[in-house]
Design a protein around this ligand. Structure first.
Ligand code: FAD
Length: 491
């Protein structure tokens, strides 16, 4: 039994995906009076990669002095010129007086029970971020630097140069190297790649950091999505509706697009539309574009899907019933000389641990370690995280006291999730910035040459890829494209 649903009216639009990009398209078109817009979302909620933790968020309240727990997007990156920041302040989700996020230098402790001198940690971090600034500023990259294809190779060369200039002995160099490697790893969990060798150097500057002021919402990030979604009539939002096929059907005079979807109860539906906007992640496209689109997407688009980078970054939120001592550092990295053990994947990775409040710490992990963490059951992960924190605690406090027993753990699984297949995109060696634009290019109707399958989502924005800002702007872009096209149509 196939239920056939027509989206009524002149401009019939089906939006696939209820992340911030899809919600933005559907909202903008609904506000413009095109109420024949429907939104199909495979999961049971809107937000996509904007997702709060389940443990504390339901009881979170505005008077709490802590920020809500986020498993996905957390900060609005950049204030000046950022439409999401503007939206959040206009709607009083954020006050302009709320301070931007402050970055604190992590304490680094090692298994030799010693805290590494903060002066050395500071030196390495400062140098690292100076080199990152050079890498991300087109005018600072000398022709000599441009010989490196990746950000990682460029940084390694700078590090070697600096060590030579400082005339370091082997032990001093090794110590700095271990801190330098942590800086690189931390940056991987910001850029979303497995290693900085994957990040293309010559176009690294294209990512727009705006004014580099990062703002955390004092409520679940999804409040922004809910606000944007307000103009979409509830009956036009279909949750638990997994799209399995997007088919363009043309005859000699016209074409339309048929979207096949399956509901939670396995009921098959077909949605006929003039415009379909796909906002599924680049990870989903990498896995399923070949079977999702009929006829197949053009080769240039398939090449861009394959070439562009899409990595994995996961968060582990760790809760304690006991109150953590004030004396613990705000953020810390523990370097172990790990022997072979089943916990080695986390000990070797040495995640950046930040203390969120007196009962919670948060860990960011990326690449192989993130994929490994997703394979662990909750009891296995709990055991490994507890061990890591016990060791860090002992080294930092250099005392016999024990790290409290953790009471609960919550983690994201962005790679295993079939609706994301990773966390966010990056400009990879072997691809180019133009690929983000190729991902955004619509498929035209062969007869009218008008756009009929359109693409939005963070990986379709050349300057703000990987962010909620990019996803939101891409949604606005595609809504405008449809409205422009509708304006051109015969009445
Ligand atoms: C750990 C992590 C931390 C992050 N931190 C930040 C941050 O601090 N600041 C920031 O700006 N950004 C951050 N991001 C990135 C940000 O979350 C994303 O860029 C943004 O949310 C992407 O939105 P989107 O609409 O493009 O895609 P998505 O949110 O992925 O939306 C796509 C939707 O499509 C649905 N879907 C997939 N397949 C189908 C199908 N076949 N049928 C129907 N529906 C389907 C999915 O369920 C999903 O809801 C972070 C992301 C992660 C994972």
């Amino acid at each position: 039994f196939v239920q056939v649903l027509m989206v009524v009216g002149g401009g019939r639009v089906v939006v696939i995906g209820g992340g911030i990009a899809g919600v933005t398209v559907a909202s903008a078109l609904s506000s413009a009076g095109h109420l024949d817009v429907i939104l199909l979302e495979a999961s049971d909620r809107l937000g996509g990669r904007i997702r709060s933790g389940n443990l504390r968020t339901p009881s979170w309240n505005a008077s709490a002095s802590i920020f809500p727990d986020e498993l996905g997007a957390t900060w609005i990156h950049g204030r000046k010129g950022n439409p999401l920041y503007e939206l959040a302040t206009r709607t009083h989700l954020i006050q302009r007086t709320d301070p931007p996020q402050k970055w604190t230098l992590p304490e680094i402790v090692s298994s030799s029970n010693q805290s590494i001198s903060s002066a050395i940690v500071g030196d390495v971090f400062i140098a690292f971020y100076e080199w990152m600034d050079i890498a991300s500023t087109e005018s600072s990259l000398t022709s000599n630097a441009k010989q490196f294809s990746s950000v990682g190779e460029f940084l390694d060369a700078q590090f070697e140069l600096e060590c030579a200039e400082l005339h370091l002995n082997e032990t001093e160099k090794k110590l700095r190297e271990s801190i330098f490697e942590r800086c690189k790893r931390l940056e991987c969990s910001i850029c979303g790649c497995d290693s900085l060798e994957q990040l293309k150097l010559s176009e690294f500057f294209e990512y727009d950091q705006l004014d580099d002021q990062h703002t955390r919402l004092p409520m679940p990030f999804k409040a922004i999505v809910d606000f944007i979604a307000e103009p979409i009539p509830h009956e036009n939002i279909f949750l638990n509706t997994l799209v399995s096929k997007i088919e363009m059907i043309s005859d000699e005079t016209s074409s339309s697009v048929v979207v096949s979807a399956r509901s939670e109860t396995d009921e098959e539906s077909e949605f006929h539309a003039d415009y379909v906007v796909s906002t599924v992640s680049l990870g989903v496209l990498k896995e399923r574009a070949a079977s999702l689109f009929h006829p197949p997407l053009p080769q240039y688009k398939m090449n861009a899907i394959k070439a562009q980078g899409f990595g994995v970054v996961d968060k582990i939120l760790v809760y304690f019933n006991d109150t953590l001592p004030e004396s613990l550092p705000k953020s810390c990295i523990y370097l172990s000389s790990a022997a072979e053990s089943r916990h080695k994947w986390l000990l070797d990775y040495a995640p950046f641990v930040s203390k969120r409040d007196n009962h919670t710490v948060e860990m960011w992990i990326s690449g192989e370690a993130a994929r490994e963490s997703e394979l662990q059951s909750i009891p296995q992960l709990t055991e490994t995280v507890q061990l890591y924190l016990n060791l860090a605690w002992k080294s930092y406090l250099a005392s016999d006291s024990q790290c409290p027993k953790l009471s609960a753990i919550e983690r994201s699984m962005w790679q295993s999730n079939p609706l994301t297949r990773g966390s966010y995109s990056f400009n990879a060696v072997g691809s180019c910035g133009e690929d983000f634009e190729k991902l955004a290019e619509p498929i035209l109707c062969p007869i009218s040459q008008r756009p009929c399958i359109l693409f939005a989502g963070e990986a379709t924005h050349r300057a703000f890829y990987s962010t909620t800002t990019g996803a939101h702007l891409s949604g606005e872009r595609e809504a405008k494209r449809i409205l422009r096209d509708l304006g051109k149509r015969e009445p």
